[in-house]
Design a protein around this ligand. Structure first.
Ligand code: SF4
Length: 78
């Protein structure tokens, strides 16, 4: 899965929403979240994010590992 991180917080540019082929990105209060069960790892969102907020899970920087869980939990709560 791909993961949205803190660089999205209070920016929510939303360009990624128009590029996801499976419509698995949802907006929350302060950032957007990717549903890990629906993401097909196409990478389209990562390429269009103006904040560079999106990472492939295996390439998440060490200090942003928590966002793997943050994205997943958002969708569990929906
Ligand atoms: Fe959607 Fe592709 Fe981004 Fe996954 S990697 S959230 S499928 S645009």
């Amino acid at each position: 899965t791909y993961v949205i991180t803190d660089a999205c917080v209070d920016r929510t540019d939303r360009t990624c929403l128009d590029h996801c082929p499976v419509d698995c990105i949802r907006p929350g209060e302060r950032m957007l979240y990717i549903d890990p069960d629906a993401c097909i790892d196409c990478g389209a969102c990562e390429q269009v994010c103006p904040q560079d907020a999106i990472f492939f899970a295996a390439e998440l920087p060490q200090d942003r590992q928590v966002f793997l869980q943050v994205n997943a939990e958002f969708h569990e709560g929906v």
